[in-house]
Design a protein. Sequence first.
Length: 84
Amino acid sequence: HFAKWLEQHVYQRKIPENHRSLFPPKVVMKMDIEHSEYEVLPDLIVSGMLCKMDFVFAEFHGMQVEGDMAIEQAILTIVSTTKN
């Protein structure tokens, strides 16, 4: 699962003490995964990983199964209101 990988490989990283910057590091995700966003995003939302990201850029593709528009709309609503 991508959320588990993020927790282990991104959020557990330590910034070197000699790192000097006026700005803290940011976590940015660019997602263009051809309809798999509807599998990945719920996992990121439920695990809380989406809330830890500073920026998310995603390309959404229309759902192909009739009746799944409600799922698509729910994900888009959650994603658009997740960060302050």
